[in-house]
Design a protein around this ligand. Structure first.
Ligand SMILES: NC(=O)c1ccc[n+]([C@@H]2O[C@H](COP(=O)([O-])OP(=O)(O)OC[C@H]3O[C@@H](n4cnc5c(N)ncnc54)[C@H](O)[C@@H]3O)[C@@H](O)[C@H]2O)c1
Length: 319
């Protein structure tokens, strides 16, 4: 059989074996997915959010940052988010205290040894993530433990292949801000086991109350493959002098009822992350619409990372 036919058939087989989104709401027995102890690696925008929602769901969470100082900053980020939830009346003082008591933020990878599920949420860099997966493969004791990546664009296959357990490696892509947005993209590689997918899905839906969609292991998955070209078009529009940042964003907010404009959204995501995801999409598909525009790259080089840096396309109070 010609190679092309084989490839197409194997992708169709994967598609057929994927449960649809409605099926993602089916209940599972006992503790959802058998997952009780959560590890998170990286306590930036996303890792802190994953830690927060897991602790609020009553799970014990260990979060590992690269250094002690970053661990302190990460814990502060979680406390600040919970305090915002308290002020806005979304959670009680008891919820806040209970969640904080369940979270341990450290720089010691060995504390992840007993975890059932570890969500990697470090900077969007392939070498950095591969190194984290090599370490996780060494320190995690439970052979059933699942190693998930929150990557937006790096192939899950590559992360699985640096471990001795690719069948237990999966993409679990949360959305920012994690405590607010319900969606999670669940991304198996060609080697991810079906039980890994069903356990993670049970955890995400039943324990965290998330809505799961499934997609293949392709850069950008569903949402970023659609969202990033839109954001990059707005950057190109501004770069060419077509319209100002304010007018571009006002156009989409007032004209299309989007909750925020594309440039404010890029600032929220982080311009470094936006550029890295665009680069991965471009490398994967070689489509010009995914190529990061020079203005975006220059802003990243200048440290204008968006909201987290106090300045991107717009200015913000420092976090
Ligand atoms: N920002 C978003 O809107 C968004 C949305 C969905 C997914 N993601 C993905 O989530 C991941 C993290 O993005 P983010 O926005 O939280 O980035 P971020 O820059 O806010 O945080 C990354 C954190 O990882 C830490 N880190 C780096 N190397 C580490 C290591 N070896 N060990 C432990 N910690 C390490 C950094 O110190 C930093 O605190 C990326 O893969 C990104 O693509 C981001």
């Amino acid at each position: 059989m010609p190679l092309l036919t084989l490839c197409v058939e194997s992708d169709l087989t994967i598609l057929r074996s994927m449960p649809d989104s409605e099926a993602s709401e089916r209940p599972g027995p006992g503790v959802p997915g058998g997952i009780e102890r959560i590890g998170v690696v990286g306590c930036g925008l996303m890792g802190s959010g994953v830690a927060e929602v897991s602790a609020r769901a009553g799970l014990a969470v260990v979060v590992v940052e690269a250094e002690d100082e970053l661990a302190k900053a990460g814990r502060f980020r979680i406390e600040a988010s919970l305090s915002r939830g308290l002020k806005s009346g979304k959670i009680s003082q008891e919820d806040l205290d209970g969640a904080l008591a369940k979270i341990d933020v450290t720089s010691d990878y060995d504390t992840l040894g007993a975890c059932d599920l570890i969500v990697e949420a470090v900077t969007e860099s392939e070498p950095a993530k591969e190194e984290v997966f090599r370490i996780l493969d060494r320190v995690v004791e439970n052979p059933e433990a699942i190693l998930a990546s929150n990557t937006s664009s790096i192939p899950i296959m590559k992360l699985g292949m640096v471990t001795a357990r690719p069948e237990r490696v999966v993409g679990l892509h949360f959305f920012n801000p994690v405590p607010v947005l319900k969606l999670v993209e669940l991304v198996p590689s060609l080697l991810t086991g079906e039980d890994t997918v069903s356990r993670v899905e049970a955890f995400a839906t039943e324990r965290l109350g998330k809505r799961v969609i499934h997609c293949q292991d392709r850069a950008g998955f569903v949402v970023n493959a659609l969202l990033i070209p839109y954001i990059l078009s707005a950057v190109r529009m501004m770069e060419s002098g077509f319209a100002s940042a304010g007018d571009i964003d006002t156009g989409m907010v007032e004209g299309c009822a989007h909750p925020m404009g594309p440039l404010a959204l890029a600032d929220l995501i982080g311009l470094d992350t936006t550029a890295a995801v665009a680069q991965s999409l471009y490398e994967e598909f070689k489509e010009p619409l995914y190529a990061p525009p020079p203005l975006l790259l220059r802003m990243v080089e200048a440290g204008l990372m968006g909201r987290k840096a106090g300045r991107g396309f717009f200015e913000y109070a420092r976090l």
